[in-house]
Design a binder for this molecule. Structure first.
Ligand code: UDP
Length: 500
C-alpha cells in the first residue's frame, strides 16, 4: 500500500475510455487499481457506457468504504453527440450496420468538444489516461497543461508490430500473393505474417490513417500505459524503451484488480451465468474448453456449423458463449449437435454476457478457444489457461504470434484472413478445430508442455500485481513521477507569479 502524503492532496487522474467494452473494462479496472493505491480517479464517459461500468465501480467503492478508506472513484457523464444514431446506441457492441458504424466514428470525433469543456472546468487533474483511439485528446490535454498518458489496451508485442508496420509499410514491396510471408523489420524476434493476415493500407486506407494518427499522438504524450507486465514480454519492454525511445508503465493484468468478477463489463449478465458455473462444478479439473470471441467478432452460419461440429468431434467438455445472430437462431446447428446439447453432459451454451473471469478461473477449465483480443488473452494468461488461437482482425494476429510463437502457451487454428466482416473469412473445418483442441488438451507431450508453460505464466502474472511485483512497482513509479511533476509545476507557477 502506498504511503499517504499528509502534506499533499492525493493525485487526481482522469480516465477517458473509448466507447467499446474491450476499452471500458480495462480502464474501469485500472481506475480501481489506482484508487486502491490512494489516487483519486474520475472516469469520463457517456450515459450508456457509464451504466455498463457502474456496477463494477460501485463494488470497488464498497471495498474502499469497508477497508482502505481511499478515495471513491467518480464517474462523470457527458452526452453522446447527436449523429442520428438511435437513442441508446453509444457503444461499439450495439452497432449492427456499416452506416451506424460510420455515424459512431463521427460521434467519436465530436466528443472532443465536451472533453475540452470538461477540462476547461476541471483543469486540476494531475494526468489524463486517454484511450489512444482519441488521438485528438493529446492537443486538448496539452492546451490545459495536463499530461496525457495514452492507453491502447493491447500487448507491447502487438504495439511494437504495429509501430514497425506503420513506419515501414512492408506490404508495399511484398509480393501481391495472399500467402506471401511478410517480415516486420526492426523487432527483437523475426516476426512474419502472411500478407492476408495484415492490415493492407491499399484496401483499408482509412484504418491506416487512423492508426498513424493514434501512433503519432501516443508518441507526443507524456507516456503510455500498458495492460501487461514485464515478465510477459521483456524484450518488447526493452525494445519500446531503448529502440523506440518511448516512456511506458506496465500495470497489468488489471483484471486482477476487479472487485466484481461476474458483473465486470456488463449491466445485464446472461441468465445462464449461474447455471453455467454450477455445471462447471460438476466437471473434472482441466476437462472443459471455453469458447468465446469477445464483444465485436461475428461468425457466419457456415463457421458456426463447423465450430459446433468441431466441438462435438473433439470429445471434450465445452462452454460456448453465443451472441448476436448465432444466439438468436439455431438454424446452423447440426442435428447431432442439438441432440448432444439436449443431453447436457458435454456442453453448455451461454447466450448473452458470460462471467468470463469466473469461468477462466474455474478449476474445470483446461483450454480457451479465443479470437486473441488482448483482454481475453491476458485474462487467460492470468488464469494459467492455454489457448487455441483464432484471430480475425485488429491486433489479434499479432497477439496470436505472441501466444503461439513467443510464449508457447497456445496452438493456432490456422486463420488466414484479416477482416472484420464475416463474409470474407475462410470457413475452418470441424476436423481442424477438433484437432487443435486435442493438441492443446489431449495428454500429449506437446499439450503437457503448453499447459505447464501456461500455469507458470499465470503464477508470474499474479505475482506482478502483488505488493512488490513489477506492475505494482510501475504504478508506484508513475505516481511518484506525477507527484514530482506537480511539485515542479507549483514551483514554476510561484516563480511566474513572482515575476522571476
Ligand atoms: N467479456 C465477458 N463476457 C462476455 C464477453 C466478453 O466478460 O460474454 C469480456 C472479456 O472478459 C474481456 C472483454 O469482454 O474482458 C473483451 O475484450 P477483448 O479484448 O478480449 O475482445 P474485444 O471484445 O475487444 O474484441
Amino acid at each position: 500500500m502506498a504511503m499517504k502524503d499528509e502534506q499533499q492532496p492525493p493525485l487526481h487522474i482522469l480516465f477517458f475510455p473509448f466507447l467499446a467494452h474491450g476499452h471500458l473494462i480495462p480502464i474501469a479496472d485500472m481506475a480501481a487499481l489506482f484508487a486502491a493505491r490512494g489516487v483519486r480517479c474520475t472516469i469520463l464517459t457517456t450515459p450508456v457506457n457509464a451504466a455498463i461500468i457502474r456496477s463494477v465501480i460501485d463494488r470497488a467503492n464498497d471495498a474502499s468504504r469497508q477497508g482502505t478508506g481511499f478515495p471513491e472513484i467518480e464517474i462523470s457523464v457527458v452526452p453522446f453527440p447527436d449523429v442520428g444514431l438511435p437513442a441508446g446506441v453509444e457503444n461499439g457492441m450495439a452497432l449492427t450496420s456499416r452506416g451506424d458504424r460510420d455515424k459512431f466514428y463521427e460521434a467519436v470525433k465530436l466528443l472532443r468538444e465536451p472533453f475540452d469543456r470538461f477540462l476547461a472546468v476541471h483543469s486540476h487533474f494531475d494526468a489524463v489516461v486517454s484511450d489512444s483511439f482519441f488521438s485528438w485528446s493529446v492537443d486538448a490535454a496539452a492546451e490545459h497543461g495536463i499530461p496525457r498518458l495514452g492507453f491502447l489496451g493491447t500487448s507491447m508485442f502487438a504495439r511494437s508490430c504495429s509501430d514497425s508496420m506503420l513506419r515501414n509499410n512492408p506490404l508495399e514491396t511484398a509480393p501481391d500473393e495472399p500467402d506471401a510471408l511478410v517480415a516486420l523489420p526492426g523487432l527483437p524476434h523475426r516476426v512474419e505474417l502472411r500478407r492476408s493476415q495484415m492490415m493492407d493500407p491499399k484496401k483499408l486506407p482509412d484504418h491506416w490513417e487512423f492508426f498513424q494518427s493514434v501512433n503519432a499522438a501516443d508518441q507526443r504524450s507524456f507516456g503510455e500505459l500498458f495492460n501487461s507486465f514485464h515478465e510477459l514480454e521483456p524484450e518488447y519492454v526493452e525494445h519500446y524503451h531503448t529502440t523506440l525511445g518511448r516512456r511506458t508503465w506496465l500495470v497489468g493484468p488489471v483484471g486482477l484488480a476487479s472487485k466484481d468478477m461476474a458483473a465486470r463489463g456488463t449491466n445485464t449478465l446472461s441468465p445462464d451465468a449461474d447455471s453455467c458455473l454450477r455445471w462447471l462444478d460438476t466437471k473434472d479439473a482441466n476437462s472443459v474448453v471455453y469458447v468465446s470471441f469477445g464483444t465485436l467478432t461475428s461468425f457466419s452460419t457456415g463457421e458456426l456449423r463447423e465450430l459446433a461440429r468441431g466441438l462435438h468431434l473433439s470429445g471434450k467438455n465445452f462452454v460456448w458463449v453465443l451472441r448476436g445472430a448465432g444466439a438468436e437462431s439455431s438454424e446452423w446447428m447440426p442435428e447431432d449437435f442439438a441432440e448432444l446439447m439436449e443431453r447436457g453432459e458435454r456442453g453448455f451454451i451461454v447466450r448473452g454476457w458470460a462471467p468470463q473471469m469466473l469461468i477462466l478461473n474455474h478449476a474445470a477449465l483446461g483450454g480457451f478457444v479465443t479470437h486473441c483480443g488482448w483482454n481475453s488473452t491476458l485474462e487467460a494468461v492470468s488464469a494459467g489457461v492455454p489457448m487455441v488461437t483464432w484471430p480475425r482482425y485488429a491486433d489479434q494476429f499479432n497477439n496470436e504470434m505472441l501466444i503461439v510463437e513467443v510464449l508457447k502457451v497456445g496452438v493456432s487454428i490456422g486463420a488466414k484472413d484479416y477482416a472484420s466482416s464475416v463474409e470474407t473469412h475462410e470457413v475452418i473445418g470441424g476436423e481442424v478445430i477438433a484437432e487443435s483442441i486435442s493438441r492443446l488438451m489431449g495428454n500429449t507431450e506437446e499439450g503437457d508442455a503448453i499447459q505447464k508453460k501456461a500455469k507458470d505464466l499465470g503464477v508470474k502474472a499474479r505475482s506482478a500485481v502483488e505488493n512488490g511485483g513489477s506492475s505494482y512497482n510501475d504504478v508506484g513509479r508513475l505516481m511518484e513521477e506525477l507527484m514530482a511533476r506537480r511539485s515542479s509545476a507549483k514551483v514554476e507557477r510561484a516563480r511566474t507569479a513572482d515575476g522571476l
